[in-house]
Design a protein around this ligand. Structure first.
Ligand code: NAD
Length: 402
């Protein structure tokens, strides 16, 4: 047992401490959001969420479990437990809180903390599905990782965020000084492109689906969804036309391939294009935080701003589980970035971006709001949490205790 008073410790674009009570409060807030909305009665019954501890994956787990269909959930993630006076990572505390709340609600929830890219993890998860659930009807693929060790070749691939075929320069925000800077990124080498595709492309998703299908653990009408991003012209050079965009192209091509296979059994494989949001992964992408800060202000003013839970609830309620065909665009994607990409929203963000200088930054950008959103990812700054109290940091996932 180790009790401590916890403060945020920020290093670069991450916070190296997390607050267990604050993380539990965030999870509860997301559950409350879902429960205050109409029930999604036709939702999933047995869901596997890969990348379930933070961001879009955590919200997917919450909507599956608490959105109305009371899904049993298995979550896979890669987080650190508390040790040697260090707190666990936020995703670990989120998952401990999720499991606790699921159990209190009488819902099945088990979690696996380790490398989703490995064959061992796939095997362990499949054994548990077989033993406890028999099969799954929903697989959400929401991994965001800086590296992947290939399960067959053993090669370590690292994902980089670089433009492809050209350099890219634009304004960016130095998150330490809150000053604008001009950043130029060198173009990626072919090796860097290939490695980023290995980490963030669709190969691992396909391996999961193949393995589940071959083991007879996918229900006939099963649905699998992976998350992608497109974004506007402003970020295209570093995102969609960059290394990560090449990986997303691969993920999307994988969706088409898997969809062909699953359709034969009444199932579907889909891409949901989600909106840009502050998560642990997106904060690390150059230029994106500044775009996000400008976007959030405009979307808030237009009353169309959403966070992860709002996006995923809308995805389940109005796209995936309406009882009718899933509405998709001409590429077959569910578009949850529809409000972000609205012409009036983008026109204003672009104009603000062009006008931006250190002198008028606060006029166009809610820097305090960004800082607060960022700290909330780690459980800090939540209403109703006593941050002066000592808290137990050495929590365990309930499902690992029995
Ligand atoms: P996130 O950092 O909040 O979550 C990533 C998850 O992946 C965590 O649960 C983490 O533990 C898990 N993970 C990472 N490496 C792992 C490994 N080796 N094994 C097991 N689990 C591992 O990220 P996010 O922003 O929610 O992104 C999820 C997906 O959504 C990504 O594909 C991302 O590209 C996409 N997306 C994000 C945004 C955005 O703005 N944040 C927008 C659209 C789409």
């Amino acid at each position: 047992m180790s009790k401590m008073i916890l403060q945020p410790k920020i290093r670069g674009f991450i916070c190296t401490t997390a607050h267990p009570v604050g993380c539990a409060k965030r999870v509860q807030d997301e559950i409350d959001y879902v429960q205050e909305r109409p029930l999604i009665r036709q939702g999933p019954k047995k869901a596997l969420i890969i990348g379930a501890s933070t961001g879009y994956g955590l919200s997917s787990r919450i909507v599956a479990a608490f959105g109305g269909s009371r899904a049993a959930t298995i979550g896979v993630f890669f987080e650190k437990e508390a040790e040697n006076g260090r707190t666990a990572t936020a995703g670990y505390y989120n998952s401990a809180a999720f499991e606790q709340k699921a159990r209190e609600a009488g819902l099945y929830a088990k979690s696996f903390n380790g490398d989703a890219f490995s064959d061992e993890m796939k095997q362990k998860v499949m054994e548990t599905i077989k033993k406890d659930l028999g099969s799954v009807d929903l697989v959400i693929y929401s991994l965001a990782s800086p590296r992947r060790q290939h399960p067959r070749t053993g090669q370590l691939a690292k994902s980089v965020l670089k433009p492809v075929g050209t350099t890219f320069s634009n304004k960016s925000l130095d998150l330490n000084s809150n000053k604008l800077e001009n950043v130029t990124l060198a173009q990626a080498s072919q090796e860097e492109i290939d490695q980023t595709i290995s980490v963030m492309g669709g190969e691992d998703w396909e391996m999961w689906i193949e393995a589940l299908k071959n083991a007879g653990l996918l229900e006939r009408h099963a649905l699998t969804v992976a998350y992608s991003y497109i974004g506007p012209e402003l970020t295209r050079g570093v995102y969609r036309n960059g290394t990560i965009g090449k990986a997303k192209d691969h993920l999307e091509a994988t969706a088409r391939k898997l969809d062909e296979q699953l359709k034969k059994y009444g199932g579907r494989a889909l891409i949901s294009v989600n909106k840009a949001l502050v998560t642990q992964s997106s904060s690390a992408i150059p230029f994106i935080p500044l775009y996000f800060i400008l976007l959030k202000k405009v979307m808030k003013e237009k009353k169309v701003d959403e966070d992860c839970i709002g996006q995923i609830h809308r995805l389940f309620a109005t796209r995936l589980y309406t009882g009718g065909p899933i509405p998709v665009d001409e590429n077959g994607f569910a578009r949850l970035d529809d409000w972000e990409m609205r012409q009036d929203v983008q026109r204003e963000v672009r104009a603000n971006w062009d006008n931006l200088s250190d002198g008028n930054l606060t006029q166009y950008a809610d820097l305090d709001g960004y800082q607060k959103d960022f700290l909330r990812l780690f459980g800090f700054g939540l209403e109703g949490v006593n941050y002066d109290a000592e808290v137990e940091t050495d929590l365990k996932l309930p499902s690992t205790l029995c």
